[in-house]
Design a binder for this molecule. Sequence first.
Ligand SMILES: [Zn+2]
Length: 361
Amino acid sequence: MQSVTELFMDLVQIDSVSGEEEEMIQEIVRFSKQNCDLEANVDSHGNVTIQTDGTGEALFLCAHLDTVEPGRGIIPELKDGIIRSTGNTILGADDKGAVAAILVALQHITTNSKIKWRPLDIVFTVSEEEECKGAKGYDTSALRAKTGIIFDGTGPIETIMSASPYYARFDIEIQGKSAHAGYPEKATAALPTFLSLATEIKKLRSNDLLINIGKISGGNARNTVMGKIIMHGEVRSFDLATFQNGLSTLQALLDTPYACEIISEIVIENPGYSHTEDEIDSMTKIIDSALNTTTTHKKSFGVSDANIFNQSPNLNVYNLGDGSKHAHTTREETSVYALERMQELILKLADSSTKISQEER
Ligand SMILES: [Zn+2]
């Protein structure tokens, strides 16, 4: 049986940038059949589901198969317990560390009948890095689990992402008319509209509402009155009511008449979630005793498949740290320790003698 580190080193060498996960999907199906004697199910989006029978409450485990760019031709290097790419690509520990840990744990579970394992609902999603497209298209109706774990957050394994924000992006185009700087009367300048609109948008920002204009572009030449300005921004909040209020106030601002015409689009990319204090306490105790550690929790501005799966009324999914560092950069790294800790936690949680929810007795 391969170690989790060996499997991880193999998996990152299979290219699977978002939208091109086919080879990874086939590898999961093959691994499941050959090493675990389990049929994996692939849905029309490419999401892979593997389910096992067992005793007690079912557990949901999830990781995503895709990576960001530059993610082609990855060559991993293991040195002193740390795994990095050779430097021109990302490593892909986000999220293949979790993929490897789940698969090796699954092989252990299916070949070791001394322990009474709980039923597992394992889902490997595609295109997580592109607005969680795979998870958004996933049909959860066949899932039996009420509690789930995803390893896709920042920090050590024993870190619970207690909340993740609702997120929307917006694009605003201020349409005026350009003219030579010598004849400003022939222009409808975009700049005054931009300045007053940007000032009003900035006022919407509060401690509970992050609203940001991150990119602007406009103008053609030094000697021209600017006729068009485009801005791109985002809105985030951990609180649904604050988020919705922020979006409707923003929409009202955009609907206000200005000297220039305003063309805008606001797109909600993903819902947010917040675990209750009871839920955090309960999961903290479970991980503390499983790994003999001290679990911490933090709000995360990052988004994961947990944002999508937590919308299912019966599913409570915790996103934990994956133990890697510098994700989405060519400096990305993980450790043998992190991979083994993930595998260890999965095996502990899969053991039906470990309580995984408040309801389970
Ligand atoms: Zn990820």
